[in-house]
Design a protein around this ligand. Structure first.
Ligand SMILES: Cc1cc2nc3c(=O)[nH]c(=O)nc-3n(C[C@H](O)[C@H](O)[C@H](O)COP(=O)(O)OP(=O)(O)OC[C@H]3O[C@@H](n4cnc5c(N)ncnc54)[C@H](O)[C@@H]3O)c2cc1C
Length: 475
């Protein structure tokens, strides 16, 4: 970080900020969003990130010729805030959505061998858009399919504003609504584990209902899947940085905030090594544990709640083959420990062969397994799933482990998640873990950044930038 105290004068190429300034702490999606939103409203913003790059939990790194994502990320068409974010950083074309939801689901645990099913939608109104796909889904019996339809309608009737939903677990609700263990595995958990990072029995009914209602039962196109065709760092670091620079945000990476405090006039001081930044507003967009440690006394009624929000891991298993072994961009798997498999070849820059990334959510038992153990487990499973791998040479095998990938969406987590406003005037919270109503996703992170910026702007008496709030609220 440059030396000296932050200048109060705007740089020559930065629009006049009218003396209002903010420090945003944390350069993940929540912090980037808050910084952009505040700068767009004319506030002078400094964004501080501890690591050498922006993007937080959704980033890329180099491994030889490969550019690797720490974990496969997808979003859905209903993620209106993340889509706004992609637009704002001019990244939409690099992370396109499917024209229509289409998920190949391969079951390898059938007596007759491998069986491919598909979850896709038709151009029909909700819930008929999924009717044909469900009726022909081969991984469930006829009776199970009928019961899934009835449970989906019951789910649609749940009131997401009812706080009691958060006290119940989704697994018990599914059982009470006639869902067999097979239906949970082959349908509800197939979607739920990937979006919530927990099996149904470990998930809050409130969060699960939110995911399924918004994604599958709101708008026919809501669950169409989008993912980056470039490394995540291209979006969340390079393009985000470009957007921040042109919005006039001063961004400092490799800079950890060690404390924050206010003076008697309510002006904030943010301490980083060798410098004290001062500001009217501070947005704390760091993970919940770090937020707890930085929060000044009295800023939250129950700061200990932040420490009670659990975390859940995600493991990615990366395999480079010497040849093409998969002819689809991705698929989901049943009857095997493998969950979702993505073709990362083009995005990674690999020139020969094929690079697959296995995205393994809610893997508490596996996250610390040695690479050799994971290799022995997963390569034979890929041979069962993809016959083309049987004669192929494995050129590279490695794993990426994110032990605190998301907050655990356990029943009761809702009451632990604070909103953007704190009791300390001028101090706001952001992060996927705050009270956005969404599970820990890129969508939740962006929404939280918008909420924090909105609250800060209201207190500063600044008009909201209209284009910030163009995205629609969730159903
Ligand atoms: C492997 C994996 C797969 C995932 N898959 C998906 C997916 O498919 N779809 C999806 O929507 N979401 C997915 N997620 C979740 C998504 O990545 C996160 O919810 C989101 O990126 C969180 O953003 P954030 O800004 O809230 O927090 P973070 O990304 O955690 O950002 C917080 C930032 O604060 C910085 N920081 C902390 N302390 C300090 C300090 N004292 N000073 C300065 N900086 C500090 C950190 O370095 C970090 O960059 C996945 C996550 C992982 C890990």
């Amino acid at each position: 970080m440059s030396e000296g105290t932050q200048s109060e004068e705007p740089a020559a190429d930065v629009p006049e900020r009218g003396g209002r300034d903010a420090v945003v702490i944390g350069g993940g999606l929540a912090g980037i969003t808050a910084a952009l939103a505040l700068a767009d409203a004319g506030v002078r913003v400094t964004l501080i990130e501890g690591r050498p790059r922006l993007g937080g939990l959704a980033f890329s790194f180099q491994r030889g010729e490969l550019t690797v994502d720490n974990g496969q990320h997808v979003y859905l068409r209903c993620c209106t805030a993340y889509r706004w974010f992609l637009d704002r950083i001019e990244g939409t074309a690099l992370a396109p959505l499917q024209d229509r939801l289409d998920v190949p689901v391969l079951d390898v645990d059938k007596p007759e061998g491998r069986r491919l099913g598909r979850l896709r939608r038709d151009a029909l109104p909700v819930p008929l858009h999924l009717g044909r796909s469900l009726a022909t889904y081969p991984h469930l019996s006829l009776a199970e399919r009928a019961r899934v339809g009835r449970a989906a309608l019951a789910l649609k009737g749940l009131d997401l504003a009812d706080p009691n939903l958060d006290t119940q677990d989704f697994g018990s609700w599914l059982t009470a609504h006639g869902q067999s263990a097979r239906a949970v595995e082959a349908l509800w958990d197939l979607v739920g584990v990937a979006t919530l990072n927990a099996v149904a029995g470990d998930s809050s009914l409130g969060l699960a209902a939110m995911v399924f209602k918004t994604g599958l039962l709101s708008d026919p196109g809501a669950a169409d899947i989008g993912w980056a065709r470039v490394p995540l760092g291209e979006l969340h670091d390079r393009l985000a940085r470009k957007a921040l620079d042109s919005a006039g945000v001063r961004t400092e990476v490799r800079t950890r905030v060690t404390s924050i405090s206010t003076d008697e006039n309510g002006r904030w001081s943010v301490q980083v090594p060798g410098e004290t930044l001062t500001a009217d507003s501070v947005v704390l967009a760091v993970p919940q544990r770090e937020a707890h440690d930085l929060l000044p006394h009295g800023a939250l009624d129950a700061p200990e709640n932040l420490l009670q929000i659990g975390t859940a891991p995600i493991l990615n298993v990366h395999v480079v083959y010497d040849r093409k072994v998969l002819d689809k961009p991705f698929f989901a798997a049943l009857g095997t420990p493998v969950q979702w498999v993505f073709d990362r070849t083009d995005a990674s820059g690999l020139r020969e062969g094929q690079y697959l990334a296995l995205s393994q959510s809610a893997v508490r038992d596996e996250i610390d397994e040695p690479v050799a153990v994971l290799r022995e487990r997963y390569l034979p499973e890929l041979e069962r799933l993809l016959p083309g791998t049987r004669g192929a040479e494995v050129k590279d095998f490695f794993v990426t482990r994110e032990r605190t990938a998301t907050f655990a969406p356990s029943p009761g987590v809702g009451r632990l998640r604070p909103g953007a406003r704190t009791k300390a005037p001028g101090l706001y919270l952001a992060g996927a873990w705050t009270a956005t109503g969404w599970p820990a996703t890129m969508e939740s992170a962006v929404r939280s950044g918008v909420s924090a910026a909105d609250a800060a702007l209201a207190a500063l008496g600044r008009p909201r930038p209209a284009r910030l709030f163009e995205f629609e609220e969730a159903a």
